[in-house]
Design a protein around this ligand. Structure first.
Ligand code: AVJ
Length: 310
């Protein structure tokens, strides 16, 4: 895990680039996590509900593909409904391994899962899953590893970084292992843009809350009221570009550091890449996976992809 000053250095360096940026990981303080949860319940935000529906409708087929006594390794400490579908339906699961950078989130998830699934071994791992990490040793030797990455969080990564992450997932899956991943799909840009510009303005609050988080945790003095939420689909790149746009010329300080922000200047806070089926399959193959099965909703908004190691 990064020391706070390493993180501060990273944030400052992002703000000193000609095109300013802050990593989307800083969305998720306590309020940010609550706001994200509210986003997943918005009528405009189709991914969560659609992905859940796909999982729910195809879980028996998936469970048969996975087979008995697998180890389920989830990237992100999932306390989501999707995780529960897997824990309930996978055959005779050997162990559940949630992997997250936040120990607090992991402790909460592990406690919940243990009380709901008393017979299941739960072995949380505190790690940055973008780098190789050691797997714990469960009491029951798993027959294979299933690396699970839901929510189209892969979309936050640039293509190069996503490719690298898929390689790490391939490594963690091990021999006979597989990857189960939620991937949001390219579609009518209006549908995508609406998902990030909801009518209640929750996504705007979620975006702006990052500044409040940085003020509190890292000693910045951002004026949240002097920035506006912006979320636009870049069709050429196939991605949502989510930014905070300055409403005036202003100076943001942190100790001795000062950062000039011009009127209309944007700070990039998040990319959310959308994939074509072919585009994602190409990346999975380049990482050593073979696409065994893709499930989608009827409108082909979202995909859940099951990839085995070749
Ligand atoms: C958690 C990365 C999947 O990209 O849709 C939702 C985050 N940002 N609304 C996404 C998000 C704004 C979300 N992911």
């Amino acid at each position: 895990m990064n020391a706070p000053n390493a993180e501060l250095a990273e944030i400052l360096s992002g703000l000193k680039q000609p095109a300013k940026m802050i990593s989307p990981k800083y969305f998720y303080d306590e309020r940010g996590s609550q706001l994200f949860d509210a986003i997943t319940h918005l009528p405009e935000y189709y991914p969560t509900e659609t992905e859940f529906g796909i999982m729910h409708d195809n879980i028996d087929e998936l469970a048969d593909l996975v087979g008995p006594q697998a180890s389920l390794i989830e990237y992100g400490s999932g306390s989501s409904r999707k995780t529960r579908v897997l824990l309930e339906h996978l055959h005779d699961l050997a162990v559940y391994v949630p992997v997250d950078i936040s120990e607090d989130h992991l402790v909460t998830t592990a406690r919940k899962v243990r009380s709901e699934f008393p017979g299941l071994e739960v072995l949380p791992v505190v790690a940055d899953f973008t780098r190789p990490f050691a797997l714990p040793e469960p009491a029951i030797m798993p027959r294979r590893n299933i690396v699970y990455f839901p929510g189209s969080t892969i979309g936050n990564f640039t293509h190069d970084d996503a490719q690298e992450l898929l390689r790490v997932m391939h490594l963690e899956a091990g021999e006979d292992g597989a990857m189960l991943i939620g991937v949001d799909l390219q579609k009518n840009p209006e549908i995508i843009e609406r998902a990030y510009n909801d009518s209640k303005g929750i996504t705007a609050q979620f975006n702006l809350n990052m500044l409040t988080h940085l003020n509190r945790e890292f000693g910045f003095d951002f004026d949240e009221s002097a920035f506006s939420h912006s979320a636009k689909y870049d069709e050429r790149e196939g991605r949502m570009v989510i930014e905070l746009v300055s409403d005036r010329d202003q100076v943001v300080t942190n100790g001795d550091e000062s950062i000039d922000v011009a009127n209309g200047e944007a700070i990039l806070t998040e990319y959310s890449h959308k994939y074509t089926l072919e585009g994602f399959a190409g990346m999975a193959e380049a990482a050593g996976f073979e696409l065994a099965k893709v499930w989608m909703d009827e409108e082909r908004l979202f995909s859940v992809q099951y990839c085995t190691r070749v």
